[in-house]
Design a binder for this molecule. Structure first.
Ligand code: SF4
Ligand code: SF4
Length: 332
C-alpha cells in the first residue's frame, strides 16, 4: 500500500479543548494534557507536504482544500497559532485557515485584533463551528462576535459551519449557552439537518438518536478507501498521521515522515491490515482480546471499529497504530 502525500490536511495544535462536545470526533476536552505541537515537528510536516497541498484560486478557503489548524481548540494557545501561521506562510502553504469554537471572543475589539495579527502573519481565513453541542459550551454572543470580526478581516474567506444553526440561533435570539437537549426539544426537526459523522464520541454519547444494527450487518465492509485517501487527513500534536476521520488510528509518525510516503507495509500494522480486508477480521482479532458483541447494536461500522479498538487498547499496548492511547479513554 502507498500513502500518497496529502492534497489537503488539518494540523492539530493539541487535543485539549475548553469544551467537551458530545459529538467530538477526536474526543477532545479539558481533561487532555496541555501537550502542544512542537514548531520543529510542524516544520518537518510543512517541508514534506508544501508541494502536494492544493488550495483554491486566490487562496479562497474550503473544507477539503489547503491546510487548516485545528485540535482541540487552537485559540487556547494564540502565540503558538501565530508562530505556526508564520511558519506555514514561509512554506507558501495555500488556503491556510483556522477552525475555532469562538470561546475566546469575549468582545469584538480584542477578537478583531487577534484575527488581524493572524492575517498579517499570512492566515487566509477562518472556519467558525456552530451547532447545538457547541452551544452547550460557548455563549452564542461570542460566536456572533467572531463572525462579525472575521467578516471584516477575512471578507469572503469565512466559513460558518453549520450556517443552518446560525440562522436558527439568531431567530431564537439566543445569547448565552443552552443545553442541547433543550434546543432539540424546541426545534426537533433540526435533528434532521445536523451533520454528524457516526464516529468518535458520537457513538457513545449520541447513539440513542441512531438506528442500530448487529455486528454482522457491517461484515464484508473494508476501509481501504478511507484509510488511504489523500484529502482531509490530519497530523496530530504527537506527530501521528491520522487517516481521514479515523481518530485513534495512526499510520505512522513524523519522525519517519518521508518513509511514511514511500513505503507502507501493512504486515507491520495488523489492525490496519484487518480494516483494509474486512471489518470482520478486526472483530475476530478483538474476540482474542475478550471483546463481546454489544447487545444494543452499533450505529455504524465506525462504532463497531472503535468499540473493538477500545477493548484491544485496554488489554495490550502492542499495536503501534492505536494512538494516541489517551484518545481511547476520552471517548466513553
Ligand atoms: S468538537 Fe470542537 S469544540 Fe467540541 S470538543 Fe471537539 S474540538 Fe472542542
Ligand atoms: S470503520 Fe474504523 S477505519 Fe473504517 S472509516 Fe470507520 S473509524 Fe475509520
Amino acid at each position: 500500500m502507498l500513502i500518497k502525500k496529502p492534497l489537503s490536511m488539518g494540523l492539530f495544535l493539541t487535543y485539549k479543548c475548553n469544551a467537551e462536545c458530545q459529538h467530538c470526533m477526536y474526543g477532545c476536552g479539558p481533561g487532555w494534557k496541555a501537550d502542544w505541537i512542537k514548531l520543529s515537528d510542524a516544520e518537518k510536516i510543512f517541508a514534506s507536504v508544501s508541494e502536494s497541498i492544493k488550495g483554491l484560486p486566490d487562496n479562497r478557503i474550503g473544507i477539503n482544500y489547503g491546510l487548516h489548524f485545528t485540535g482541540g481548540e487552537p485559540f487556547l494557545n494564540f502565540d503558538l497559532l501565530l508562530e505556526l501561521t508564520r511558519l506555514a506562510t514561509r512554506f507558501n502553504i495555500p488556503s491556510l485557515f483556522v477552525e475555532t469554537n469562538c470561546f475566546w471572543c469575549k468582545d469584538e475589539e480584542t477578537t478583531e485584533k487577534k484575527l488581524l495579527e493572524l492575517k498579517k502573519a499570512g492566515l487566509h481565513g477562518i472556519l467558525i463551528s456552530i451547532n447545538p453541542f457547541i452551544l452547550e459550551n460557548v455563549p452564542f454572543e461570542r460566536t456572533e462576535n467572531c463572525i462579525r470580526a472575521s467578516e471584516r478581516i477575512f471578507g469572503v474567506n469565512v466559513i460558518v459551519y453549520q450556517h443552518y444553526f446560525y440562522q436558527i440561533f439568531k431567530t431564537l435570539s439566543i445569547k448565552t449557552t443552552m443545553p442541547a437537549q433543550r434546543f432539540f426539544e424546541k426545534i426537533p426537526e433540526s435533528l434532521y439537518y445536523i451533520e454528524l459523522l457516526p464516529m468518535g464520541r458520537t457513538v457513545y454519547k449520541l447513539r440513542h438518536i441512531f438506528q442500530k444494527h448487529k455486528a454482522e450487518y457491517f461484515f464484508g465492509y473494508n476501509c481501504r478507501e478511507e484509510l488511504f485517501r489523500n484529502w482531509h487527513i490530519h497530523f496530530d500534536n504527537y506527530g501521528n498521521y491520522i487517516p481521514g476521520y479515523c481518530s485513534g488510528l495512526s499510520l505512522g509518525n513524523i519522525n519517519n515522515i518521508e518513509r511514511l510516503f514511500t513505503e507502507f507495509d501493512t504486515s507491520k500494522f495488523p489492525i490496519i491490515r484487518a480494516l483494509c480486508t474486512d471489518i470482520k477480521k478486526l472483530y475476530e482479532l478483538g474476540r482474542k482480546y475478550g471483546y463481546d458483541e454489544n447487545e444494543e447494536g452499533y450505529i455504524s461500522g465506525c462504532h463497531l471499529c472503535l468499540d473493538i479498538r477500545k477493548k484491544i487498547v485496554s488489554q495490550t499496548d502492542r499495536y503501534f497504530e492505536l494512538r494516541p492511547r489517551e484518545f481511547y479513554l476520552s471517548v466513553t
